[in-house]
Structures are given as structure tokens and as C-alpha cells.
Design a protein around this ligand. Sequence first.
Ligand code: AGP
Length: 367
Amino acid sequence: YEHGQIDGRPRMYTEMLEQPASVERALRGRLDERFATAHLGGLEMDARELRAVRRVKILGCGSAYYVGQMGASLVEELARVPADAEAASEFRYRDPVIEPDTLYVAVSQSGETIDTLLAVEEIKRKGGRVIGLVNVVGSAIARACDGGIYLHAGPEIAVASTKALTTMYVGFALLALQLGRVRDLSVADGRRLVAGLQALPAQIEQVLDGEERIAEAAKSLAAAESLFFVGRVRGYPVAREGAQKFKEISYRHAEAYQMSELKHGPLALISPDVPTVAIVPDDELTDRNVAALHEIAARGGPLVVVTHPGVDLGELRAERIEVPRNERELDPLLLTVPLQLLAYHAALSLGHDVDKPRNLAKSVTVE
Ligand code: AGP
């Protein structure tokens, strides 16, 4: 069961479809409707210790790093604690300053990624406190951390990570909510986010139901040798993760860029042969994002736009993929799911083995 296909479908497909259930499991027993907060017992930190956190530093590799970036935004938005994510593979080589009032978070599906493990050990050697967001129970990273949150995604076998990533996102949302509610996040905002989180499993199902349309868009993208994934602020790590998934299994050159940076260079590459996948949620930046899309269209660049219902793209010629609305802070999760399907169908149409992409291992356990 754990290796190879199920019902003739690649593992990656089965794992994408499991996401409503795995997200539900990641949430189970951790939301407190009465106090509009989350309870993460595994953190082993009381309210006083959580209030003493002055900064959050997130470390992971590859897709775990990109979800870490989404997590940093959640922590800043909900708890107003400065937060950032860094590639764990770089961290220890720059002799990082370890601060006692920083909460370090190591994020890893396998719990065995050597670069993330060595980052944890470096922090601990210097007296820092590290918690883990890990899927595999009892793994090396889980054991090395001071406490943490298990993801409960279930076994993930396909090299291209899907269900583990969405549960990582949920883990960060729960952490940000709990950190926020011992600070200034109001009961009303807490309630709004609890309800938003509870709505996610059914909404992921809705996105997965749109597979046919996404598969069509994927075929046209697969024909291109090179493409851009663009987004801003909350949408940028979504674009990074989308490009990563696309590269891993379609072997196309997919580059993620901040939409705001396009005019500072990459616009020179836009042409009818270079499509762009744009992440355009309905948020504070929609108008600016749509203006940037016009710049791309004016240069003949084909567009696939992942957006919310009701976002007005004007006269723009674009393939439109919609995801349901949730609370703005939680948008990245639902925006990520169609990008998994895009990469999957692009790879299938190119005849690739999506579960065993060339040159890649499920977890990188040697330096
Ligand atoms: C995800 O699709 C990748 N295969 C890869 O980037 C992965 O996320 C990374 O190697 C980290 O693995 P981990 O979560 O097991 O630490």
C-alpha cells in the first residue's frame, strides 16, 4: 500500500485527494471555539512563555521552506510578532545569531532532512529554543526539538509533497492563532479565524472538484519550455511553491517572481512562448496585481490566473482558475492546491513518472 500506485493512479494523485481528510486531522482537537484560540499541547509552553517570544524564525528546505514563508506571514499578521523563514540548508553556514527570546521553528515532512536537523542542532548548541512542525512521529528532527506539533498528514510517499504541505500550513495557522490570542488578537478575530480554519476541508474538496479545467490549463503550460509563477506578499510563497512543484515533476524551467519586481528585469523575457501563472487573490493588492497582468498581456505573454470569484480582470485574456474565499490571512492554502494539480497534469501530459521524478529523493538525508 505504501509504495507504488493505488487503483492505477500515481501516489501523488491519491495524496492530493487526501487533503480534505488530512487537514481535518491536523485541526482535530486543536481548536477552541469558546476562547477563539488554538491549543497546541505539544509546544510545552505556557501563556507566559508564549508572550515572552519576541521573534519567530522558521527553518526548512525546499517546499517546507516556502510553506515556512507562508507561516511567517501568518505569525506577523495574527500575532504581530516579527517572523521570517530561511532555507535551513544555508542557515548554519552564516554563523547565525541565536537569540534567547526568538522561537525557532523547524518544519519538515520526513523529520530526517539533514540540513534542517543540523540547523536544529546548531540552535540548540547555542542555547536556543526550537519547536518542530513534523509529520513523521519519532523522526530525528522531532526528537531533537524541544517540543512541537505533529502534522497528522499520514504517510506521504510521492516525492512531490502535497498533503504534508497543506498540513504544515495548518500547523502554522494554529501556532499563529495561539500566539496571537495571548497577545492582542481580539476574540472577534480569533472567532473569524477558527471558523475559517474549520471551513478549509470542504473548500479544498471544492478546489479538487475543479480538476478538469485545471488539467486543460496544464496542457497548454506543459508545451512551454519556460514559465513564470508570480504573486505578491501572501501570494509570493504560493508562487514559489507552485514553481517548485512544476519544476520537480514536469522538468520545465519555472521561475517564481514577486509581481512587483517584474518591471525591474524579468519583463524582458515575457513573450508568447513564456506563459505566466499569476496568483491574484481578492485582497489589498488586487488592483496592482491586475495592472501588472496587463503589462504581461501587452507583451503577448499567455496568462493563467489563480484568483477568487468576483475579481475583475477587465478585458484581460486569461485562463481563469478560481478558489473559494476564506479569511484573507488563510488565502495561501487554497491558492496552493490548484498549483499542485497544474504541475501534476502538466507532468502527466508530458508522460513523466510523477511519483519518481528524475534526480530527486523523497528526503535528503546526507549533506
Ligand atoms: C517537495 O515537493 C520537495 N520534494 C522538497 O522540496 C521537500 O519539501 C524538501 O526536501 C523538504 O523535505 P522535508 O519536508 O521532508 O524536510
